[in-house]
Design a protein around this ligand. Structure first.
Ligand SMILES: Nc1ncnc2c1ncn2[C@@H]1O[C@H](COP(=O)(O)OP(=O)(O)OP(=O)(O)O)[C@@H](O)[C@H]1O
Ligand SMILES: [Mg+2]
Length: 359
């Protein structure tokens, strides 16, 4: 097993710069999840780590060893893709044994590795089937099994569960977590699924445009995003934002005048002065929506989505220039066009300066 150092990785295709200097230190046995918008370079970074792409600058170290001149097959890495890429004419057993046969391992050693991996993944009864005789989840398990038998130092997963239905994803997510606990290997995992990122990761890496925006434990990123981008990217529904101007500073609190005219109280942050323009952010679950008029931010209900365990209520303020989404009690019904007020606990507001950095 081994940790991983990614040092100043830059990579372009033609004129287009894709990775713009990535530095990351991943500990031995850590589970790290990459998230970021489509096209930000997640797969390119994985392919660079395993050697399928060469970087233009920088180096990847595995277990302290520079991999620049090491062939992909010799890096001790196994990659699992979204498309399972199984050999259709081979049985499950042969699919899993293939790389070991190529490496010239003796039959009995191959047999013990394949049966061991099959036991971990609970696919022993399927070993003699062909891929077309398997469900999507079973195929994905075979693809993971094929990686396990190679006993890699590092596993790379590129959206491995995105072809599965919701129930199977949940099951496979828990199995992956257990697999990590059993194998204790270093794992890097790319996903678009917020829940997978939050639940699987020891640390999440948020990427945008080939740059690392923030790295940290899932709850740290959720509760203390470093900038507007991370704040808006993590969490579903996304954080609500509204512009404001600092109007009054007091010892512990300050008053901020929001676009649209409402005055809200927020916890004082150092370094702000009266008149400063800031962006305020608040999560959907931290907004109290009430029909009564009175104190609070005046809003108009645009639409409500009933989800069963909660409702998402779409609100407008500032004459429609700003939209909020509130997560509310599903028992309370809202009518389109209804007037209401939003109240937010002063400690729940996030604040960002004009460069988008958290204050
Ligand atoms: N071989 C290639 N030649 C040219 N451009 C490429 C190549 N591979 C990737 N790109 C471009 O590099 C950018 C990053 O692609 P990449 O596949 O790394 O994104 P991603 O973050 O994995 O996105 P997604 O979430 O959609 O999978 C994209 O603009 C893509 O078009
Ligand atoms: Mg990708």
């Amino acid at each position: 097993m081994a940790g991983l150092e990614i040092q100043g990785i830059k990579k372009g295709f033609g004129q287009q710069q894709i990775l713009r200097g990535i530095d990351l230190s991943i500990a031995d046995g850590e589970f790290v999840v990459f998230v970021g918008p489509s096209g930000c370079g997640k797969s390119t970074l994985l392919r660079t780590i395993c050697g399928l792409e060469n970087s233009d600058e920088g180096a990847v170290l595995i277990g302290g060893k520079d991999m620049t001149d090491v062939a992909p097959a010799a890096r001790g890495i196994a990659m699992v893709f979204q498309s399972y890429a199984l050999y259709p004419h081979m049985t499950v057993y042969d699919n899993m044994a293939f790389a070991l046969k190529l490496a010239g391992l003796p039959q009995d050693e191959i047999h013990s590795k394949v049966t061991q991996a099959a036991a971990i993944l609970r696919i022993e009864p399927l070993l003699q089937r062909k891929p077309k005789e398997l469900s999507g989840g079973q195929r994905q398990r075979v693809a993971i099994g094929r990686a396990i038998v190679r006993q890699p130092q590092v596993f790379l997963f590129d959206e491995p569960l995105s072809n599965l239905d919701a129930a199977l994803r949940v099951q496979m997510r828990i199995e992956l977590k257990n697999l990590h606990r059993t194998l204790r290997s270093t794992m890097i995992y790319v996903t678009h699924d917020q829940v997978e990122a939050m639940t699987l990761a020891d640390r999440i890496v948020v990427l945008r445009g080939g740059v690392v925006e923030q790295v940290g434990a899932p709850l740290d990123l959720y509760q203390r995003p470093a900038n507007l981008f991370v704040a808006g990217f993590l969490g579903s529904p996304a954080m609500n934002f509204v512009g404001g101007t600092v109007e009054q500073l007091a010892p512990a609190m300050m008053s901020v005048r929001l676009a649209g005219g409402a005055l809200v109280q927020v916890v004082l942050r150092a370094g702000l002065a009266v008149g400063d323009r800031i962006t305020l952010g608040v999560r959907a679950e931290h907004m109290a929506l009430e029909a009564a008029d009175g104190d609070g931010i005046a809003v108009t209900v645009l639409a409500a989505e009933l989800l069963g365990d909660a409702s998402y209520v779409y609100l407008t303020l500032d004459g429609g220039a700003t939209q909020f989404i509130a997560r509310t009690d599903p028992e309370v019904r809202w009518q389109n066009g209804q007037l209401a007020v939003v109240r937010v606990d002063p400690v729940r507001w996030h604040m960002f300066d004009s460069d988008g950095l958290a204050i």
